[in-house]
Design a protein around this ligand. Structure first.
Ligand code: GLA
Length: 733
């Protein structure tokens, strides 16, 4: 609900459990007065203290009043160069060379339904409401529109900003953030999700220290190294206790999340497109739209915050035609064959897979152009007839006849110098004449800021898609951007290329979304290098990591789950020793971990034993039986795999709390292991649950407060699953 009080010029946004408030003050400065657990309302600007502070200057209208300073006030969107020395939200360069911006409130609009952002991903929903606040910097005649989307049921508040040049001369934008959030406190921890290729999104938590702390990417993608999602929380916040604020950016390119603990123990969070190499020219009448950011506040710990993000992403961000249907269990040939395959080898794997219950065969990298290794071929999206005689027209029906659907790997944003496309259009790659290209995995990046380049790729892929019955694409992206310079635009606009690249990517993905409504696209960037909410709008699942080791995956999937729902995390069972770390884990455990995601296999199933095949059949059966519970239920982290090396446990609980699936995986074994009584979560305390079909049943309160005895398991990396279903009789325990 959005409330506006004319008298006090206070805007209050209420969700089911939270309240967000701001106020236009006497000078039309937009103050941020509150964000936290739901309160009744009123004007909370009385919380703001006005004190004369040395070296905190006072705006002209305040005359000689020394207690009013932008440097100390909590603001809704911080200005630049006018006496607030904390992180700015916006930076403009005018024709006269000045870099000053002082935005003041001029008006508002409230609408039913959620705003949309042209060309950018955004949460959607008719149930939501929109508030638009209009501000203006009079001297430059630049307008600023702050957008707020309020989704009550998810406790979700979205934000975005549009900068409009209303003057007659061009304006250069050096920064335009999506979100600025001021807190009148600094006793907070910052949690970021960091890592590297094959070890993404590991949580790191530390109390705020004075000054600015930031995570960012300058790689052109959101990156393996830092995720565009951060949490600010009470020092003692945990899964069930404490105030926490999650902030998510829906953007897949260079981003920055900067947090400043200021001199008077206030905190400012600013999130948006990274100002690094960013300079966007707005001619008269032109608009820049800052991507959407999304906030969820939980008054009771991380579990609630995560579950609300999961619901919101599943129901109001993913545009997934498959969402209410189970997605096919897939087998991908990458780890089985790498580049070394032909049609016969693929059909052999498929023949082994279909009887096990696998429904989709995905042909990975190596099927096109001269792609026998990663040295060539990217850009030439026509079938390699040596490997696949007769092309997809011949291969796909053979797979379909086995009762399996067919999917394909592509890497549309990339080009190898050894390709027909590069020989014809060397200027289509990002890079500068006179400078050597920096290669990544021996490849260059296509200039996706260019419509002609995107059009060529669209046409080429359209030809591929129309050649056979293809239901799935794995959209990969295997390097970071360098020499970011476009041959298609003038020198003065080169600061736009990073951002225009992302807009170009979104444009192409949107075209596929519109033109192929049933096509399932899985995102990928060397695994989880572009696992962000921007991509999820177009690709409802993302390959979570190139690391398929079940034990490392416990950490990666744990970290990912703080924001992103299980159904978005591509997770496959692969062969052992694992490619990433040579660890050997039992097949059972690999299944337990992978089925807590968008499930599949990534191994040569023609090399498995009869016993292994039997287990795979069982795994697929379990996944098919419980996919709804896993993908649409509430997710509970029962342990932290970074803290507890002995075992990791997590749980999916159905919305009606009548069903639950608990997964439990042990670490490397030591002699005489301790007893484990696992306390479950999210059950109905009154209900009795039958565990794994046994005669006995247990009351929900007992399972949650006293726990469930986990049988002792010897050997490394063992696992078990407990399926709980509510019974109507009285409990026996
Ligand atoms: C990336 C992906 C892998 C695989 C290879 C193919 O690394 O993450 O899953 O598709 O590319 O080259």
């Amino acid at each position: 609900m959005i409330a506006y009080d004319k008298e006090s010029m206070v805007f209050t946004l209420h969700t089911c459990h939270t309240t967000y408030q701001m106020k236009a003050d006497a000078y039309c400065v937009l103050l941020h007065t509150y964000y936290g657990p739901r309160i009744s309302g009123g004007d909370l600007s009385n919380l703001i203290q006005y004190t004369d502070r040395g070296f905190s200057p006072n705006p002209g209208e305040a005359g000689h009043c020394r207690t009013y300073s932008l440097d100390t006030l909590p603001q809704e969107y911080s200005s630049c160069g006018v006496g607030d020395f904390r992180i700015p939200s916006i930076e403009l360069e005018l024709e006269d060379g000045s870099r000053i911006a002082d935005f003041r409130y001029t008006g508002f609009e409230i609408h039913k339904g959620k705003y949309t952002l042209e060309g950018l991903p955004a949460f959607y929903g008719d149930q939501a409401e929109t508030l638009i606040l209009f501000l203006e910097d009079t001297a430059s005649q630049v307008g600023l529109e702050l957008y707020y989307g309020v989704f009550e049921q998810y406790d979700l508040i979205t934000r975005a900003a549009r900068v409009v040049n209303k003057g007659t001369v061009p304006v250069r934008l050096h920064q335009a953030s999506s979100l600025c959030l001021d807190f009148q406190r600094s006793d907070l921890d910052l949690i970021t999700f960091d890592g590297r290729h094959v070890m993404e999104r590991c949580p790191n938590r530390a109390p705020l220290r004075p000054g600015v702390q930031r995570v960012s990417s300058v790689r052109g993608t959101s990156s393996h190294q830092h995720n565009p999602f951060v949490i600010l929380c009470d020092h003692d916040a945990n899964e069930e206790y404490g105030l926490c604020f999650g902030a998510l950016l829906l953007y897949s390119g260079n981003f920055e999340a900067a947090v400043e603990r200021s001199q008077f123990e206030n905190t400012r969070l600013v999130m948006g497109v990274n100002p690094y190499h960013f300079c966007y020219t707005l001619e008269q009448g032109e608009v820049f739209t800052a991507p959407e950011a999304a906030l969820i506040c939980s008054p009771c710990g991380f579990t609630r915050m995560s579950q609300q993000f999961h619901r919101a992403i599943r129901q109001a961000l993913l545009r997934d035609a498959h969402q209410d249907r189970r997605k096919p269990v897939l087998v991908n040939n990458w780890e089985a064959t790498h580049f070394d395959f032909d049609a016969e080898k693929l059909v052999e794997i498929a023949k082994e897979s279909a009887p096990l219950g696998i429904e989709l065969f995905v042909m990975d990298d190596g099927w096109f152009g001269s792609r026998d290794s990663d040295l060539g071929g990217l850009g030439d999206w026509s079938v390699n007839q040596n490997k696949l005689p007769g092309g997809l027209e011949a291969l796909v029906p053979r797979i379909n006849q086995l009762g399996m659907q067919f999917g394909l790997w592509i890497e549309p944003e990339m080009i190898n110098e050894d390709s027909a496309l590069y020989r014809a259009h060397p200027d289509w790659a990002l890079g500068m004449p006179g400078r050597a290209h920096t290669r990544g995995r021996s490849q260059l990046v296509l200039d996706f800021s260019r419509a002609d380049v995107r059009e060529h790729i669209y046409q080429a892929l359209q030809t591929v898609l129309s050649s056979a019955n293809i239901v799935y694409l794995k959209w990969d992206m295997n390097r970071s951007l360098s020499e970011v310079w476009s041959a298609a635009i003038p020198a003065s606009r080169q600061g736009e290329v990073y951002h225009r690249y992302v807009l170009g990517l979104y444009d192409l993905l949107e075209r596929f979304h519109q033109d192929y409504p049933g096509l399932l696209i899985e995102g990928c960037s060397g695994g989880g290098g572009r696992f962000d909410a921007g991509m999820l709008y177009y690709t409802p699942q993302i390959w979570c990591s190139d690391n398929t080791d079940a034990i490392d995956r416990l950490r990666i999937q744990y970290g990912t789950s703080f924001c992103y729902p299980v159904c978005t995390m591509g997770a496959h069972v692969s062969a052992v020793p694992n490619e990433s770390n040579e660890r050997i884990t039992p097949l059972k455990t690999r299944g337990v971990v992978a089925m807590s995601g968008a499930f599949g296999y990534e191994m040569d199933l023609s090399k498995t034993t009869t016993e292994e095949k039997e287990l795979i059949v069982q795994q697929i059966h379990t996944y098919k039986a419980h996919w709804k519970l896993i993908h649409q239920g509430d997710y509970y982290r029962l342990t932290d795999p970074f803290q507890n090396q002995a075992y990791t446990a997590w749980e999916h609980v159905s919305q009606d709390r009548r069903e639950a699936l608990v997964s439990y995986v042990t670490g490397s074994i030591h002699a005489a292991p301790p007893f484990v009584t696992l306390r479950l979560k999210g059950l109905d305390p009154q209900l009795c649950y039958q565990v794994n079909g046994s005669e006995e049943s247990y009351r929900g309160d007992v399972l949650m407060l006293a726990g469930y005895p986990i049988p002792m398991m010897l050997g490394d990396y063992q696992s078990l699953q407990l399926y709980l279903i509510a019974k109507d009789e009285t409990a026996s325990q």
